[in-house]
Design a protein. Sequence first.
Length: 268
Amino acid sequence: MRAETLSKLIGVAILIFVLVILGSSASYVVNPGFRGVEVTLGKVATVFKPEGFGWKTPFVTQIVPVSVRQQTRELTADCYSSDLQQVKTELRVLYRVPESSVVKIYQQFAGDPFDSLIAPRVQEALKEATALQSAEQIVKQREAIKSAALAAAQKKVGDIVVIVDVVIQNIDLSHELETAIESKMVMEQEAAKAKFSQAKAQIEADTVVIKAKGDAESIKIRGEALKLTPAFIDLQIVEKWDGKAPLYVGGAAGGGVNMILPAVDVKK
């Protein structure tokens, strides 16, 4: 009886193990941010599997995950400017695989299109953009170079993959070329400063001339007014008067008359 019971227990354990293996082989789970590609005996289904749990044919069907999240990869490119200067650039490429391309990406690029599709197109696009500018302009107009390279790369890749952005992290030039560009920029800044100082001096000189002309015109008008209207000087005295009349006027030294003046009505 004990041997018979033991054999039954072993049989039940084997059955449970087989059921577990069958269950795990007949089910799958696609994690968030991924889509599943169904492969049955080497044949790829045309429709991808969405996120979540599902069932499949055990042992003969495989569900391969393909990421649809945005990914970032680093890349380097050796370019030449229009003046035949070597320019080394370090890039970061942001891209993602759209749902409509999941099956095609798996079939053509084994699920990762960066090395075989994206990288060579981005490098080619960047070389085309830098070849149209001098080394100095590449350094000064980094954003314009980046925009041109991004547009060209997106056109070359097409809609099979979405290139979100291309970030130029670093631009390396030869030491001699960097020194020459730096010296030129310093000279341009000094020239701009000198031009500003010259313009400031001219404005100050023009201001002095305008003020002098205004003073001369004012003197001329006052002189003509005095010539035509002698009473104009009385008006000037009244305008300058503070409204207080002196009450005592002393006589001259050695003789004279001291007078006490009457108070004057200010309103008059």
